[in-house]
Design a protein around this ligand. Structure first.
Ligand code: ADP
Ligand code: MG
Length: 391
């Protein structure tokens, strides 16, 4: 997905005010009636309509007149709101090249005034999966209250909270810098994803380090759940950094053992295929005479600490309910591998109605959100605080 940040420069205070008004309207409308946007933005002399046209031209909004004249945010529109907020907070001042495209995220380099380069991850939950989900009637019957904005925001919030907690416990993860809406800012990891590495100096050491991380995570009460060569970064000194945390679960999850084994198997499979490492794995101890073979850790023999997830992560702003919401979603989605990625998809328009979107939470950030129009927290229809959309 293209992110033309040049547009950012040409957007006025009023443009952002209207964009924010649409976002607020989306709390209880899938398509926000133009009249409501006008009321929330309350620009003088019908200025809202002119602005809407401009935002539409830049693809920050999508126009839908099938039921009534209305608008919704596109991913790009949501990106701009997050970027604008983080720029206003002084976190970064420029956006550079794209360094990663995940199935459900886009990653860019960003830099601050000092020239420090960081990584910006824009979550795109639902980009591929909602269309697949459309066919899942059961899913929709029970969980239609989830929208892509809500889920992407939750994924970012979760990733940020987990990264912070892991960092505090000495795990090799990027430094979690800030989070707003669906956007996480973290330190840039030097090195490359392990998948790109053809050969290692110390294969055994690297392998043991990686397996050691899986074990230590479990001892801290956590399972990564997507622990593979794409989410392990390695530098020239063969130092490891783990990334990508939105799908992590607690060791008390009912499928914990399966997830743990899957993470371990993934690494073993990769190391044996790519680096010809041999494993003793399933053999019992009496057979362990082959010195070079490595023993596979078992979930049942790990001493799990309790309370890490619940205590620290709920203290950091990620609630049990939010955890449940996102877990339910990531567990229910079918394998979207074959789904084609389309710009501005991930929007289950044909299946949501107003009562479905009540769950559309907005109290977004871990810290006090500096740009949320406070006057509008409940109804979404009161006046926007003028300073909130200022640049
Ligand atoms: P996804 O959830 O879409 O898989 P990831 O967090 O795994 O997203 O990031 C996708 C890719 O972006 C990674 O494989 C890596 O190449 C790059 N990347 C992500 N975070 C960073 C970072 N902090 N520093 C450098 N590269 C990163
Ligand atoms: Mg990944």
């Amino acid at each position: 997905m293209k992110l033309d940040v040049n547009v950012l420069r040409y957007l006025s205070k009023d443009d952002f005010r209207v964009l924010t008004a649409v976002e607020m309207g989306m709390r209880n409308h899938e398509i926000v009636p133009a009249e409501l946007i006008d009321r929330i933005a309350s620009l003088r002399h019908g200025g809202t309509y002119k602005v809407l046209k401009n935002l539409l031209k830049h693809k920050l909004l999508h126009h839908d007149s099938s039921k009534y004249d209305g608008f919704r945010l596109t991913y790009l529109g949501y990106d701009f709101l997050a970027i604008k907020t983080l720029v206003n907070r002084g976190i970064f001042s420029s956006v550079g090249r794209q360094i990663g495209v995940g199935k459900e995220s886009d990653i860019f380099e960003v830099a601050n005034e000092d020239g420090t380069v960081m990584a910006m991850k824009l979550h795109r939950l639902g980009r591929t999966s909602f269309r697949a989900v459309k066919s899942k009637r059961d899913y929709l019957r029970h969980r239609s209250s989830f929208s892509w904005l809500y889920l992407s925001r939750l994924a970012a919030l979760k990733e940020f909270a987990f990264m912070k907690a892991l960092q505090e416990h000495g795990f090799p993860v990027p430094n979690a810098i800030d989070c707003n809406r669906h956007c996480v800012i973290m330190s840039l990891v030097q090195g490359y994803p392990l998948v790109q590495v053809k050969q290692l100096q110390n294969t055994d050491t690297v392998f043991e380090k990686i397996i050691g991380i899986i074990v230590r995570l479990a001892e801290h009460g956590l399972i990564h759940c997507d622990f593979n060569e794409f989410n392990i970064m390695i530098d020239d000194d063969e130092q490891i950094t783990i990334i990508d945390f939105p799908q992590m679960v607690s060791v008390s999850h009912r499928n914990a053992e399966m997830y743990f084994d899957r993470d371990v198997e993934c690494i073993i499979k990769f190391f044996s295929k790519r680096f010809n490492l041999t494993f003793e794995g399933d053999a019992d101890e009496s057979d362990s005479d082959a010195e070079s073979d490595t023993v596979k850790p078992r979930f049942s023999s790990i001493k799990k600490a309790s309370g890490f997830l619940d205590k620290e992560l709920s203290a950091s702003g990620f609630s049990r309910k939010e955890q449940d919401d996102i877990e339910k979603f990531t567990e229910t989605i079918p394998d979207a591998d074959d789904e084609e990625i389309e710009e501005d998809e991930g929007h289950n328009s044909s299946t949501q109605n107003e009562s479905d979107v009540q769950n559309f939470g907005y109290q977004c950030s871990l810290s006090e959100d500096d740009e949320q129009p406070k006057a509008c927290e409940k109804s979404g229809e009161k006046e926007v605080d003028q300073q909130d959309s200022e640049g």
